[in-house]
Design a protein around this ligand. Structure first.
Ligand code: NAD
Length: 266
């Protein structure tokens, strides 16, 4: 495999650019690492969300059975000093959005719940959100939906445990919590696209969270090339065709600039 080994970053980027230009169906698979340069901490790092939040509050069972766990979540802005809507895409998200504009993107399969791919300009129907999102809140009884920040405002105005205005049901962000089933439609679609692609580019994922991490493996097993851009180690480092270590926000714009130049679109 053309793995990192003795090659320079420049050579590896050139190889990835060649693959993107040659490929017909490019799937981009992203994780928390593509959004750290937007200021969103990953879960497990020294500054990770779990240093401020109890992961136990994010089990589905706890959330639906404990009003205090729900209150802690709705008071996120107070606890963490930010809310999901505050964040903006970084150069890596914009580079992936440009891949779509160039006609070089089949879809993005993301583990992220931050909505930054869409904010960067990717079409909603090209982003498969395997773990849901934090932009929308849904009633678990009648399915009525509200923007997250709308429910936050209700809390700021005194609602301790906000309930559905239609039916009084429990409101929950659309992000998939621990112990909650994966969304069936998204998971099936992601598997289909992964098996059908000829290039899968993994950006910012340690590939330890399953079943999401199966997607690049499906691609590999179906004969696709796999390229990984990640700062730390990943579970597929040895199997990947191209492995580039470093910051996604620095590498992806470089990749895009060279793809555009190869395609005569710069
Ligand atoms: P992870 O935390 O397991 O791995 C992130 C990887 O990205 C790490 O290997 C890290 O070294 C690397 N990384 C960090 N910053 C980087 C950068 N600038 N450039 C390149 N690589 C960088 O994340 P995961 O694989 O996505 O799995 C964790 C789970 O956390 C997922 O289920 C995801 O839904 C959730 N999560 C999402 C967000 C978000 O939506 N932004 C944030 C935190 C956690």
């Amino acid at each position: 495999m053309d793995n990192e080994g003795s090659k320079t970053r420049e050579q590896l980027i050139d190889e990835l650019v060649e693959l993107i230009v040659e490929s017909q169906r490019v799937v981009v698979f992203t994780g928390a690492g593509i959004s750290t340069e937007s200021g969103i901490p990953d879960f497990r790092g020294t500054d990770g969300l779990w240093t401020k939040y109890d992961p136990g509050d994010f089990t589905y069972q706890k959330f639906i059975s404990d009003p205090e766990a729900r209150q802690r979540l709705w008071k996120m802005r107070e606890t963490l000093g930010f809310s999901w809507d505050d964040f903006q895409p970084n150069p890596a998200h914009y580079a992936v959005a440009e891949l779509e504009q160039l006609g070089k993107l089949d879809c993005i399969i993301t583990q992220n719940v931050d909505g930054l791919h869409q904010k960067a300009g990717n079409s909603e129907d090209r982003v498969i959100q395997l773990h849901g999102n934090m932009q929308w809140v849904k009633c678990l009884t009648c399915g009525d939906r509200h923007r997250f920040e709308e429910v936050e405002k209700w809390v700021e105005n005194g609602a301790e445990d906000p309930q559905c205005v239609q039916c009084g049901g429990i409101l929950k962000p659309e992000a998939i919590f621990f112990g909650e089933a994966m969304p069936v439609g998204e998971t099936m679609e992601a598997e289909k696209r992964s098996r059908a692609c000829d290039l899968c580019i993994v950006i910012g994922s340690s590939l330890v969270v399953y079943p999401a991490a199966l997607m690049p493996q499906f691609a590999l097993n179906s004969g696709a090339k796999v390229a990984i851009i990640n700062e730390g180690e990943t579970e597929l480092d040895n199997a990947a065709h191209i492995r580039i270590s470093g910051k996604a926000g620095e590498i992806m714009p470089e990749v895009l600039q060279r793809v555009k130049s190869k395609l005569g679109r710069d």
